[in-house]
Design a protein around this ligand. Sequence first.
Ligand code: ADP
Ligand code: MG
Length: 319
Amino acid sequence: MLKRLIPLLLAGAMLAACGSAEPTKSSTLQFFAMDTYMTLTVYGEGCDEAAAAARDEIYRLEEILSKTEETSDISRLNRGEALESLSPDGQEAVEEALARRQETGGAYDPTLYDLVELWGIGTDHARVPAEEEIAEALSRRERYDLGGIGKGFATDKVVQLLRGLGVESANLSLGGNVYVMGSNPEDGDPWRVGLKDPEDEQQIVGYLDLEDQSVVTSGDYERYFEENGRRYHHIFDPQTGWPADQGLESVTIISADSSMADCYSTALFVMGLEEGLAFCEGREDFGAIFITSDREVFVTENLRDQFVLTAEDRGYHYG
Ligand code: ADP
Ligand code: MG
């Protein structure tokens, strides 16, 4: 039987390609939140209500974590209000972000608000700043930008909510963050998740079969601007203040913990291949797939049985 392929990062409509058996009821919602397109598909009894509740949960968390919404927890924190005055979810997100900064030796850093504003990538005032401006922004790390954890954090909360509602099967795509819950109700097999080709969003580089796992990619191709033929993307090296430039096109993290996967995909993209692989050493709670600018693909040992490379014809090869 043909497996359904979930194109990672592609918020496309999903078809119910069923055989003769009665199709499982499903509900799909597509909407814009947290600055990206999201697609949630929930299966089984009560799927309409569950999908709507999941969407509302994302809207609720967006109001807490947004750095632009004046009334959000993060805006209040950035205006100097105490962490203890935030909602439990706001506090939890900030505390996790700070712990992830520690774990990743600062490669993931949730306090780059001023640097991110300075570059303005993804806005109409994107520009290459002067070195002095970069140095100044780096010296001011008092304000939070949870752009590198928010979608993962929201994914974990939505999964919790759906489980509480008795949902057994769902697939969630929050922009670059995918979570597949349970198995595919059509055939009981794991979900097949495609890894988008960083150079061609219509294609995939390979796929994995997964249950109850999150798949999160950070890449240099999602948000960027070009000046004098150079590309400047939105993931910054907190040491230099410049877009991370370690010869990687993307890092994908696979883990049951989506907020961890979100932070780590950003962090390992900053670290680069060598340091990133060393970071993964001995870890069983996540796996990683690195794609270099030379189309080399590196897969951590714990994923080698699951990952299938399908883009050899386009020059992708194991490194
Ligand atoms: P995306 O948001 O496209 O899924 P990421 O999860 O990698 O990608 O997060 C990138 C966002 O996180 C940036 O838009 C910015 O707001 C913020 N950011 C950029 N560099 C870092 C970094 N080194 N650590 C933490 N957050 C970062
Ligand atoms: Mg991330």
